[in-house]
Design a protein around this ligand. Structure first.
Ligand code: SAH
Length: 341
């Protein structure tokens, strides 16, 4: 059976026409699935019983299940573990900011990028998520908190650009005015740096923010932390960043996790400042979340502040990420591992 929640409105119209229905039926169904967020055809009360039965024969509706939710007592951050139809599980996080509700979603079950500090990649990749499974993380959380989600960051488990076609469809559908209509300006995609896919994304000219996981300022140091650096050099990555900015007009941001003694020194800060100046990137600094298996330690408060000061002296915008949900399984992939997936 086909996955109806992964079809965009155009495709749904074509499908309805093939079933001998008028194309406005597609708009009705799309609204039920992507605005009213229902998960069964019988709730679609403006469709005839005959059509509903026909839909049941042709399609299934993806409906992920909440296996666990942890709520931070400190800041209201909610971390969800969602079960998928095949017994796999992924994590999503809701963060409440004064400017609105932000959700961090997963794009794959596991990850094959192998970054040394990351818990999501420890067991490799199992599979990529369908567009419907990415949308449903946001839909489930919207229903759970009964509030609008205004921002989405693709920074959970997985490498989104390693699931390119599904991610593109997800970005189109989540920002579709017939769906939840989340502004593309409020969508952020984070990548460890797949250069050809960054260029492909740029060519599509979405208005989304691209975040590059940098984590080191030289190829040598980056290779020690991120295997992808063996495939693409920092020169190639910075060229791709410039290309993205030129095509979309959107500023790049760098994600930089500070690991004690590994990438948090004065030299590191100067190297990062040079790269950020070159592509006019904003830098987000995050003290690394210690993951038992990795043995890396978080930089001290002083080192983080010193790093930020050097960037600012060099004229680079830098923010230290507010640490949210520290009292619940912090780093990505940890809740899933604790539950034995
Ligand atoms: N694969 C994508 C998106 C998922 S990871 C990417 O690499 O960007 C989201 C961000 O969290 C990335 O910047 C990643 O490097 C970072 N990250 C992973 N494990 C971390 C940890 N233990 N502490 C801090 N940041 C971490």
């Amino acid at each position: 059976m086909k996955d109806i929640k992964s079809l965009n409105l155009n495709e749904l119209k074509i499908e309805m026409e093939a079933l001998g229905e008028k194309s406005f039926r597609a708009v009705q169904i799309y609204k039920w699935l992507h605005v009213k967020l229902v998960n069964d055809f019988d709730s679609m009360t403006d469709l005839s019983e005959k059509l509903r039965n026909r839909l049941k024969e042709e399609y299934h509706i993806t409906n992920i299940t909440e296996l666990e939710v942890q709520v931070s007592k400190e800041d209201g951050t909610r971390k969800y573990l969602f079960g998928l139809f095949d017994g796999n599980a992924v994590e999503s996080v809701l963060m409440k900011y004064h400017h609105g509700n932000s959700v961090c979603i997963s794009s794959q079950v596991g990850c094959r990028m192998g970054c040394k500090f990351c818990a999501s990649t420890i067991g490799g990749v199992i599979r990529s998520l369908e567009p419907s499974e990415m949308l449903d993380q946001i839909y489930k959380i919207t229903k759970d908190i009964d509030e609008r989600i205004s921002n989405v960051v693709i920074m959970g488990m997985g490498e989104p650009l390693d699931n390119f076609d599904n991610i593109i469809r997800f970005l189109e559908m989540i920002s579709d005015e017939n769906g939840l209509n989340i502004s593309q300006r409020n969508l952020t995609l984070s990548t460890c740096g797949l250069v050809p896919e960054i260029k492909k994304l740029a060519d599509l000219k979405f208005g989304i923010t691209l975040a590059i996981s940098l984590h080191a300022g030289t190829d040598e140091k980056r290779k020690a932390l991120m295997p992808i650096a063996n495939k693409y050099s920092l020169d190639e990555l910075m060229d791709a960043c410039t290309y993205y900015f030129d095509k979309t007009g959107r500023r790049i941001s760098f994600e930089y996790s500070l690991i004690s003694g590994k990438n948090d020194g004065t030299d590191d800060a100067l190297e990062v400042a040079a790269l950020a100046s070159k592509v006019r990137a904003h830098v987000n600094l995050i003290p690394v979340n210690p993951v038992t298996e990795t043995g890396f330690k978080s930089s001290s408060r002083e080192s983080v502040n010193a790093f930020k000061e050097i960037l600012e002296k060099k004229g680079v915008n830098a923010t230290v990420r507010r640490e949210m949900g520290r009292d619940i399984d912090g780093a990505c992939g940890q809740l899933r591992k604790r539950r034995g997936f």
